[in-house]
Design a protein around this ligand. Structure first.
Ligand SMILES: C[S@@+](CC[C@H](N)C(=O)[O-])C[C@H]1O[C@@H](n2cnc3c(N)ncnc32)[C@H](O)[C@@H]1O
Length: 255
């Protein structure tokens, strides 16, 4: 039981996107989607749907559906939509995207969320890509933000990452793009997160929590919160930093 009146540790408030994505890259992704003029946009594992809302803002009349299982993030998305006058063109639904029937649509966003389309026990990008192809109309666009190995990790790096990390957890960039083509897409734009984007994301991910920890060292939740953020930071700095990449693939569904 929490006995202190001090506020609880904050969560992700400092992040604009829940992933290593710069304003500049977001702008060019939105512009590319907007140029295609989609009538409907589906955001798989949308979180608070920042990119979805920017696409809706850039495409007058387009309708958007964001799917996620995190009620708090969805509520943030609905509040942002209302603030920006987009509430009548967007819905944020709390449900699993696995096997979803909310397609086909003209454009799909799936950033850092392909696990939402797969068996939760096995992250299989091939399965996620087949699902994305099923959910988009021929000629439609998918923007997939997906992990890949920049190079094969060493045993020491794997030991520093998440529990049970293995080389089979990700593909190379080439292997990932090959899978997209096999699933029925052409890759029209291939880009990857840079070091600045990673550092802004990793630092922003824990920023509010670190400030909270410094201000509330004796809070009943301080010890477990400190253990969690120290573990997260170590898994980045001693594990996946400069090894795990994030690819942003803009894919067009073949006819
Ligand atoms: C790294 S976050 C990315 C959020 C958002 N796409 C962004 O880039 O800001 C991954 C999201 O996937 C969601 N997720 C995980 N499993 C899911 C599922 N089965 N169905 C829908 N969303 C899921 C999580 O709740 C989380 O919000």
């Amino acid at each position: 039981m929490i006995t202190s009146d001090a506020p609880l540790p904050p969560r992700l408030g400092s992040l604009t996107f829940h992933g290593p994505l710069s304003e500049e890259r977001a702008e060019s992704l939105v512009r590319r989607i907007a140029d295609a003029g989609p009538a409907d946009v589906l955001d798989i594992g949308c979180g608070w749907g920042e990119l979805l809302l920017r696409v809706l803002d850039a495409v007058p009349g387009a309708k958007g559906i964001g799917i996620d299982i995190n009620a708090e993030d969805l509520a943030r998305g609905r509040a942002l939509a209302a603030e920006r006058g987009l509430a009548d063109r967007s819905v944020f639904v709390e449900e699993s995207a696995r096997g979803t029937e909310r397609g086909p649509v003209d454009a799909i966003l799936c950033l850092g969320s392909s696990q939402a389309l797969c068996d939760p026990e096995v992250h299989d990008p091939a399965e996620a890509l087949r699902e994305l192809r099923r959910l988009v109309r021929p000629g439609g666009l998918v923007v997939l933000g997906e992990g890949f190995w920049e190079r094969t990790p060493t045993e020491t790096e794997l030991a520093g990452m998440w529990p049970g990390a293995a080389t089979g957890d990700h593909l190379s960039l080439g292997g990932l793009v090959d899978l997209a083509i096999e699933a029925g897409f052409r890759p029209v734009w291939i880009e990857t997160a840079g070091r600045d984007e990673w550092e802004a994301f990793e630092s922003g991910y824990r920023y509010d929590t670190e400030l909270w920890l410094a201000a509330h060292p004796d809070h009943p939740l301080a010890a477990e919160t400190r253990e969690r953020v120290d573990r997260q930071r170590s898994s980045w700095l001693n594990g996946y930093r400069n090894v795990l990449g994030i690819a942003y693939l803009t894919l067009v569904a073949t006819a």
